[in-house]
Design a protein around this ligand. Sequence first.
Ligand SMILES: [Ca+2]
Ligand SMILES: [Ca+2]
Ligand SMILES: [Ca+2]
Length: 301
Amino acid sequence: MRAVLLAICMVAVLTGTLGPPLALAESGIRVDGGTLDVGGGRVVAEKVSVAASAKLVGRGTVEGDTTVAGTVSPGELAATSADTLSFSGTLTFLPGSVFNCYVASHVLSDMISGPMISGDCEVRVTKAAGAVPLDKMIVQGSAGSVFDGFSVGGGNPEDWELESVLLNLHLTDLVGDSDGDGLPDVFERDFYGNRTSALPKEDDDADKMTNEEEYIAGTNPRDPESVFEVTAIEVTGGAKPEVKWSSVAGRLYKLERAPVLAPAMYSVVVSNLPATPPENSHEIEPGDAEKYFYRVKVRRQ
Ligand SMILES: [Ca+2]
Ligand SMILES: [Ca+2]
Ligand SMILES: [Ca+2]
């Protein structure tokens, strides 16, 4: 058969609603713009390419090696807004490409599956109110799949974690809070075994930090040895005093001091210090007072 390069510049819709699933059988399909809706059917070609300004949407299967410079958005046209798009050949995301991943519930989200998925891809996550995915598989790969070039983009990327688990890519909501108690589902799940059982004002390990304070500091609410504390104040060789404290990734610290032990007397020495786990240290310019009391505050980054 003569090789045919089909350029789809507008909307091409394949749906299963008017009969059996349709199939485009060509040696090459190039989506130059607009939206190609797989629509529950199959797209069959030796090679499929989706240009930077084009979208590939819908549930179904793309049979052929696929290259995406644009956007893959499985559930964009679905009533539930979450669907799975499968690829039977290689799927390569080029720099600038996007996977729109809508999370409809704790367990339902847009998904991509295929045997060899790789490249550079920005995963743009949106979700329904109340949906809190924890370790939700959003890309199902297999041998040959590599997700090093996948990262969360869009609004608030710091709220999400992408993790390559075996040959799949998992998504976790780091801030979603089903019971609205200030402790994210992932924190309660990790330390208490389910999404909602931790009580923020309790101090379950009796280390003088409430469970909520342990969440903010990044310490373990079930381990009394895991606490946020100043570990040392040192003056070595007549040099500047050095304050040290325990630190956890993803936190920012503020160091304050006061000449007398009174809350109103503290002033800021330095703020927005990034964490250098497991310990931070900071040298301080000597002041005029005879002595100083030091304290450190922490917040999530
Ligand atoms: Ca909670
Ligand atoms: Ca505690
Ligand atoms: Ca603790």
